[in-house]
Design a protein around this ligand. Structure first.
Ligand code: NAD
Length: 480
């Protein structure tokens, strides 16, 4: 790990404390499998205490002028940018992604503070007259109150700031449960927020080794008004059921299974470049990752060969080595899952053009892999791979291919490559996904609404609407 002295206590009410039971959990470097350090782990009691602390701080914050809140968010953007090297180093240490990707993540994560600093002073309501003319209708958007946030390990900084910045901008206080795999980046962001003058208690960070009981305690605390979750659809369903008990507002950013469609008329070099971006950024562990490649028969052989060549040029290794373009997977379980899907596809007749096996340890590495002649019904085309594996499914009939692309409970992202823009737009509209990359391999942008259709989620993060997710709507009837 690069030099850092992140305080590894829980952050509750502006104080660094140990968990009620004094438990510590190890944080591992996935490039070596060795522990980096350990951090305090909270109990259900700590989670509830953090909600109380958030509630105590929130009222004053909601009454703070939007401009003042906005300036603090803007300072948070600046300090994250100023600490890019340090934050990126933490991300590489605990997640493993290549340093260049980690720096990209810091820039993206920081931008949510700048974007939402601008949105904070523009939360708009409305004034209308009822059709009967008997009253005026005043609509405004107060904050929700206390928001509980649960985040995944694949973007240790950005999956926090994408929620945190709009939540704070709108006047809320939060309790964050960072993932146990990557808590250090979260804790450091908490410190940077203190440094720019965010009042204590507004951001509470409580890691745990027992997520289920932690979550139960957090949502059962009467102060909690909302849950914002990013993670797998499987866990999202569990949390939604739990939130139903208290009818809590939820935003759910869940799993993906993106189709990447290449038509015969696509520009081959840009399709391959886009495929590499959509598949391999951040060590292939993104929710927006291209999961299945549908290549029209006329271009499929060339596309497969060119993609295999590009995958062959990927350097796998420790993310701190600046020549590395794919780091380790998060843990041994991830390697087993990826390898199981690859073996299953090969056993069912797919051809491993390149790769197809784990890399020997230490650390958790998988060979960049291209599988040709994959069947649409194969588990590798139906489950989220979350690893450096590109299964290619050839097609002739575009309508049938679109049906296959939509034949999934997920609907987060899709990618379409064609030089016929009208066709590209038509096909994009027919893909049931919240985000489409049309002749582009990356969709994420703080200025765009991020989120999924179907079981990929509920609600949106970023753009104009992101901040309203953290607001109530109140209407006042009056006349004068
Ligand atoms: P995960 O669902 O296993 O875990 C996410 C978080 O939930 C972690 O903090 C985990 O500790 C916590 N958790 C697990 N069980 C819980 C429970 N019973 N109660 C409360 N919390 C619980 O996901 P992951 O492996 O960390 O991340 C990968 C997944 O996240 C992938 O499916 C990916 O697609 C998805 N993801 C989605 C987006 C998006 O914006 N849509 C972004 C990033 C990742």
């Amino acid at each position: 790990m690069r030099e850092t002295d992140v305080n590894t206590g829980l952050l509750i009410g502006g104080k660094r404390v140990e968990g009620a039971e004094g438990e510590r959990i190890a944080v591992l470097n996935p490039a070596t499998g060795e522990p980096i350090t350990d951090i305090a782990a909270g109990t259900p009691k700590d989670a509830s205490r953090a909600v109380d602390a958030a509630a105590a701080a929130q009222r004053g914050w909601a009454e703070t002028a939007p401009r003042v809140r906005s300036e603090i968010l803007r300072a948070a953007w600046q300090t994250m940018v100023d600490h890019t090297e340090e934050l990126a180093g933490l991300i590489v240490s605990e997640h493993g992604k290549p340093l260049a990707d980690a720096k990209g993540e810091v820039a993206y994560a920081a931008e949510f503070f700048r974007w939402n600093a601008e949105e904070t002073v523009r939360i708009a309501g409305s004034l209308g007259t009822s059709p009967s003319g008997d009253k005026r209708i005043i609509v405004h958007h107060p904050p929700m109150g206390v928001v509980v946030m649960v985040t995944p390990w694949n973007f240790p900084a950005a999956m926090i700031t994408r929620k945190l910045a709009p939540a704070l901008g709108a006047g809320n206080a939060v309790v964050i449960k960072p993932p146990r795999e990557t808590p250090l980046t979260a804790l450091r962001i908490g410190e940077l927020l203190e440094d720019v003058g965010l009042p204590p208690g507004l951001v509470n960070i409580v890691a745990t080794s027992g997520s289920g009981a932690w979550f139960d305690a957090a949502v059962d605390n009467a102060h909690t008004r909302m849950v914002s979750f990013t993670g797998s659809t499987e866990v999202g369903r569990v949390l939604l059921r739990r939130c139903a008990d208290r009818v809590l507002k939820t935003v759910m950013e869940l799993g993906g299974n993106a189709p990447f469609i290449v038509f015969n008329d696509a520009d081959l070099p840009s399709a391959v470049e886009g495929a590499m971006v959509a598949k391999m950024r951040h060590s292939a562990e993104t929710c927006t990752a291209a999961n299945r490649f549908y290549a029209e028969s006329g271009i499929a052989p060339e596309f497969t060969a060119a993609l295999a060549e590009a995958m062959g040029a990927v350097k796998v290794g420790d993310g701190f080595d600046e020549s590395v373009t794919c780091g380790p997977m998060i843990n041994a379980r991830a390697i087993e899952d990826i390898d199981g899907l690859v073996r299953g596809a090969v056993a069912a007749g797919a051809d491993a053009v390149i790769g197809g096996a784990p890399v020997e340890g230490p650390g958790f590495f998988y060979q960049p892999t291209v599988l040709a002649q994959v069947d649409h019904g194969s588990p590798i085309a139906r489950e989220e791979i979350f690893g450096p594996v590109a299964p290619i499914i050839p097609f002739d009939d575009a309508d049938a291919m679109i049906d296959q692309a939509n034949d999934t409970e997920m609907g987060l992202t899709g990618y379409v490559y064609t030089q016929d823009l009208a066709r590209g737009l038509r096909v994009s509209e027919r893909i049931h996904a919240g985000m489409i990359g049309l002749n582009r391999g990356a969709v994420s942008d703080p200025a765009a609404p991020f989120g999924g259709m179907k079981q990929s989620g509920l609600g949106r993060e970023g753009a104009g609407e992101g901040i309203y997710e953290f607001c109530e709507t109140q209407y006042i009837a009056t006349n004068w």
